[in-house]
Design a protein around this ligand. Structure first.
Ligand SMILES: [Fe+2]
Length: 387
């Protein structure tokens, strides 16, 4: 069970219901943690780190048109970072003209964003990515559109009005058939159903396919769109792909199709083979685990605890400890060495733990002098028992 730090129990419930029923939801939160996720000062700080940004994650849009990365790139030589990245002077000139800035994939850039993404993954059981949008007044970055994933938009700075349109596209995915032109989108979106004013700390949930657009209403509006993708039957088919490959019939050659009824016969055979595979009991557990492991595992560095624990050693499974006529022996299958009597207790403990450190040994053997434990670790390293 996850301890939610961003959401109250009631909010988790409201979001879960909205998510299950695919209804958009405007959540006014009063939790100050949301406001601390991002603001203009934090944005300045992250975009001032040249090593982080490149053509894949730093994008600009002016009046609905993407600005080519080449137009605002620098090799950094004059600015002292010798790395191809956006030029702060040119980027800011574009922003002064009303351009929007989009930073993709910022989960690993801001710790709070990663924490919130983890909570949203837990609520929705999807894979979460987060993109940041910074925009100036009255410059619309996109026309009405839908996204091919659910969106949780966290408003971070300034204010922004979002238009929610009456229509929802049926389960769109990221594929060329779901890339309508602006004119088509304007037509298919229908009428505006609701206008939502978002202020810092507000969260707007938009289900996949919901037509919407956003208009900055104050200069410097920032929001982070947390996009969530769920597992789909198409992913299940990819998961069982190997089963299709090992099926002799599905690998066989199709020849002499002369009529519609021949096609129907073949389809029936394919369907029978698929039915066998999909009802194979041996596949149920791997498929369940595939679902359980679907969300991303976001990792954090934890150097502090590594420092506190000190250097750690592992004993490989191929190294065994045995007793021959009262003599403790360490062997790796090829070679065996006797363990000196005074190291026996330490050796036993180390083999029972498998992962061992100076700290662990000295805490367990409080009476032994540190120099003796050092000597033991040195001997084990030399025999390649500890690696
Ligand atoms: Fe969108």
């Amino acid at each position: 069970m996850v301890n939610f730090s961003f959401f109250s129990e009631k909010e988790v419930q409201r979001l879960t219901n909205a998510n299950n029923n695919k209804n958009y939801l405007h959540l006014n939160t009063d939790f100050k943690g949301f406001k601390e996720v991002m603001d203009i000062n934090k944005l300045n700080k992250i975009i001032s780190m040249p090593g982080l940004w490149h053509s894949q994650n730093f994008k600009m849009v002016l009046d609905r048109n993407a600005i080519s990365f080449n137009k605002f790139v620098t090799d950094g030589e004059k600015l002292g970072f010798s790395k191809t990245c956006p030029d702060p002077i040119i980027v800011q000139d574009y922003i002064k003209k009303g351009a929007s800035l989009i930073l993709d994939d910022i989960i690993y850039v801001v710790k709070n964003v990663k924490d919130l993404a983890s909570e949203l993954q837990y609520i929705t059981w999807g894979k979460c990515q987060a993109n940041l949008y910074f925009s100036m007044q009255s410059h619309q970055a996109f026309g009405p559109h839908y996204d091919t994933h659910d969106v949780f938009a966290l408003h971070c700075d300034g204010e922004k009005v979002w238009n929610i349109y009456e229509n929802v596209e049926d389960n769109p995915i990221n594929h060329p058939i779901f890339k309508p032109s602006l004119d088509e989108r304007i037509e298919k979106a229908g009428k505006i159903k609701e206008q939502v004013l978002l202020k810092p700390g507000d969260l707007l949930y938009l289900p996949r396919g919901q037509y919407h657009d956003a208009l900055a209403s104050k200069n410097g509006a920032i929001h982070i769109a947390f996009g969530i993708n769920y597992m789909k039957p198409i992913d299940m088919m990819q998961f069982i792909w190997d089963q299709l490959v090992v099926n002799p019939y599905l690998r066989s050659d199709i020849k002499n199709l002369k009529s519609i009824s021949d096609v129907h016969e073949i389809n029936k055979k394919i369907s029978r083979e698929l039915d066998k595979i999909l009802n194979d009991k041996n596949l149920f557990l791997p498929m369940l685990n595939f679902y359980k492991e679907f969300p991303y595992s976001f990792v954090d560095y934890d150097l502090k605890s590594i420092v506190a624990d000190g250097v750690q050693y592992k004993i490989s499974d191929s190294i065994k400890l045995s007793n021959q006529n009262g003599q403790m022996i360490i062997s790796n299958g090829k070679n065996s060495v006797p363990v000196p009597k005074n190291f026996e207790e330490l050796t036993n403990f180390s083999f029972s733990e498998k992962n061992i450190s100076f700290k662990k040994l000295s805490e367990h053997f409080k009476d032994l002098p540190e120099s003796f434990i050092d000597e033991f670790i040195g001997a084990m390293k030399q025999m390649r028992v500890f690696s």
